[in-house]
Design a protein around this ligand. Structure first.
Ligand code: TUI
Length: 313
C-alpha cells in the first residue's frame, strides 16, 4: 500500500493519527510514526513550551517524520505556529479554523501544511494558499465537527482540488480505509481508534468508555453557539445539552465547558469531563500497540481491495 502522499512525506503507510488535544503527545506520535504511519502531536490549547517538550521527546524516540497539529482557536496558536517553523516540523496540520495567516511562515520553513477542512470551499481556499494536501474530515469524527458526512465530503473535495486528499471521520478499520480510497482519497486519518493504542495515556475510565461504546454512544452539542463538538453521551453532555436548549448564555456554556477535556483525559471524570469520540467508537474493541493498529488496518484494506473481483471481473 503506497500512495502519492507516502512519497511526498516519506512515510510507509498513508495512515495519519489525528491531532487530539490533551491526548496526542510525543509518545503516541512517535509510536505511530515508528509503526510506519504519520504520528501527530496535538498542540490543543497548550503553550509553546509544552509543545516544544513533546517535539523533542518524539525526536528522541523516532527519526521518522511526524506532524504537529495547531488548533487555531487556541490562545497560543501564534506562538505554536512560530515554534513549528523554528523547529522545522516536517508536517503541520491545522484544525477548527482558517490557517491562511500562518501558511507562508510554515512554507518558508519547509513544513508541508495539511489543513483539516470540513467543506469544499475551505479545501479550495487552502489549495490557493499553498497547502501540500488537505484532510477532509466528515462529521462522524470526534471533537469539533462540520455539517457534512465523510461519505459526501471526500468525493466532492477530491473533485474540487488537485491536491492529495486524506479522509477522516468514521474510519477505524481496513474497510473504512478501502472505502476512503474508493472515494478518491490517498490516505486516512484516524483518531478514535488510536485512543485505544497501548501508547495512548488517556485515563482508564476514558478507554473503558470507548471499548464499551456502541453505534449510538456519541452526541453533538454546541450547535446553538456555533461550536459543534462530538463527544460520548455522559452526565456532562446531558447537562450541556439541557443548558443549550433552555437558552443558557454563552458565558454559562463556556463555564460548563472550561477544563472539560482535561477532566476527561486526565481524571476520567464522568460527571464533568467531555470525552471526545467519533461515531466509530463502537468498532474499537481492544487495546493494541500503535504500530500494530497501523499494520492491521493497512492489511485489512489490502484484503478488501483485492476482494473486489468478487463483484467485477
Ligand atoms: O479541530 C478539529 N477537532 C477538534 S478541535 C478541538 S479543541 C476544541 N475544544 C472545544 C471547543 C472547540 C475546540 C477538539 N476537536 N477537527 C478539525 C476540524 N476543523 N473540523 C472542522 C474544522 C474546521 C472548521 C471551520 C476547519 C475550518 C473551518 O473554517 C472556518 C473558518 O474559520 O473559515
Amino acid at each position: 500500500m503506497q500512495t502519492e502522499i507516502c512519497r511526498l512525506l516519506g512515510i510507509r503507510y498513508p495512515v495519519f493519527q489525528g491531532g487530539m488535544a490533551w491526548i496526542a503527545d510525543g509518545r503516541l506520535a512517535a509510536a505511530v510514526s515508528e509503526g510506519g504511519g504519520l504520528g501527530i502531536i496535538a498542540a490543543g490549547n497548550a503553550p509553546a513550551s509544552y509543545v516544544e517538550e513533546q517535539i523533542h521527546f518524539a525526536r528522541k524516540r523516532t527519526e521518522k517524520p511526524f506532524g504537529l497539529n495547531v488548533m487555531l482557536r487556541s490562545p497560543f496558536a501564534d506562538e505554536v505556529a512560530d515554534l513549528a517553523a523554528r523547529e522545522g516540523v516536517r508536517v503541520v496540520t491545522t484544525g477548527a479554523g482558517n490557517p491562511a495567516a500562518f501558511m507562508d511562515r510554515w512554507r518558508r520553513a519547509g513544513c508541508a501544511v495539511i489543513p483539516v477542512v470540513a467543506s469544499v470551499a475551505m479545501a479550495k481556499l487552502m489549495e490557493r494558499a499553498g497547502a501540500a494536501a488537505v484532510i477532509a474530515e466528515g462529521c462522524e469524527s470526534g471533537g469539533h465537527v462540520g455539517e457534512t458526512t465523510t461519505m459526501a465530503l471526500v468525493p466532492q473535495v477530491c473533485d474540487a482540488v488537485r491536491l492529495p486528499v486524506i479522509a477522516a471521520g468514521g474510519i477505524a478499520d481496513g474497510r473504512g480505509f478501502a472505502a476512503a480510497l474508493m472515494l478518491g482519497a490517498q490516505g486516512i486519518q484516524m483518531g478514535t481508534r488510536f485512543l485505544c493504542a497501548g501508547e495512548c495515556t488517556i485515563h482508564p475510565v476514558y478507554r473503558e468508555k470507548i471499548l464499551r461504546a456502541t453505534d449510538r454512544s456519541t452526541i453533538v452539542t454546541g450547535r446553538r453557539n456555533g461550536h459543534p463538538v462530538r463527544s460520548l453521551r455522559t452526565a456532562f453532555s446531558r447537562r450541556y445539552e439541557e443548558a443549550e436548549y433552555r437558552g443558557a448564555s454563552e458565558t454559562e456554556l463556556d463555564v460548563l465547558g472550561t477544563g472539560a477535556l482535561r477532566l476527561a483525559v486526565q481524571e476520567g471524570d464522568l460527571e464533568s469531563g467531555c470525552f471526545l469520540s467519533g461515531q466509530i467508537a463502537g468498532l474499537v474493541k481492544r487495546v493494541q500497540p500503535a504500530a500494530e493498529i497501523v499494520e492491521e488496518v493497512t492489511r485489512e484494506a489490502e484484503q478488501c481491495l483485492k476482494g473486489t473481483s468478487r463483484w467485477v471481473r
